[in-house]
Design a protein around this ligand. Sequence first.
Ligand code: SAM
Length: 239
Amino acid sequence: MNDRQAPVSVAILCPPLVALRITRAEMRQQLNYGIDSPSIIATELILSLVAFGVAARLPHLLGLPARWIGLIVGLYLLLGAFGMVYYSKVGKLKLRNRLLDSIPWRGGERALDVGCGRGLLLIGAAQRLTSGKAIGVDVWLRGAMSGNRPEAVLENALRAGVAERVEVLGGDARRLPFKDATFDIVAPNFVLHELKTGAEREKMSQEVVRVLKPGGRCYAPSSYASSCAGKRNRWRRSG
Ligand SMILES: C[S@@+](CC[C@H](N)C(=O)[O-])C[C@H]1O[C@@H](n2cnc3c(N)ncnc32)[C@H](O)[C@@H]1O
């Protein structure tokens, strides 16, 4: 077995502790951060087909111009589905890079990605660290993202060459499994909407503040940036 095929053993901190063996050949593929909300995209696509079907077969229905309504609704749903795929494959990487490039990294920070999914923020942060550590925490809801599982984070981290600066831990954003004042930076992306009630979202905010070191900051780059922007100061732990 040559060096390229040699298995790499890495432990990820997701209870129970999982040791993964991934060959270097497997790592040559590109990083894959998954498709957000795949079931919503599939539903939009199916409904757009139904709408186009109605438009094609029924010019009028109940006295309404069904052809035009079907076309408009179908196009709207189709564009919505493509928009979500575009966000997953292009948009969120751009948002991530813009956000992380705005942080004045020193290299030794401890950074936390809450609801890390397949490691979008986590790996971007690890690429900007030298001696620091990027830690991801998630409950890996299946429907939230395609291929959502802790192993996917590690595969991406290995492909990105940052596995030694990355840790992944199973845990809930509402009860973060860390001591107070542990992190310099917390960066949740597109997680708040997964919490159903205002009380749960408030709990996550409190947890983020709790685990931030004095002077630490929370950065939120997603479409929730506007709602989080107001919280950004709130989510800054005063020194
Ligand atoms: C839309 S995905 C975003 C993933 C990643 N941040 C990204 O931008 O690619 C939302 C993530 O939040 C996670 N999540 C949902 N509820 C959570 C909770 N209570 N605690 C931790 N993670 C949670 C889901 O499992 C999922 O991975």
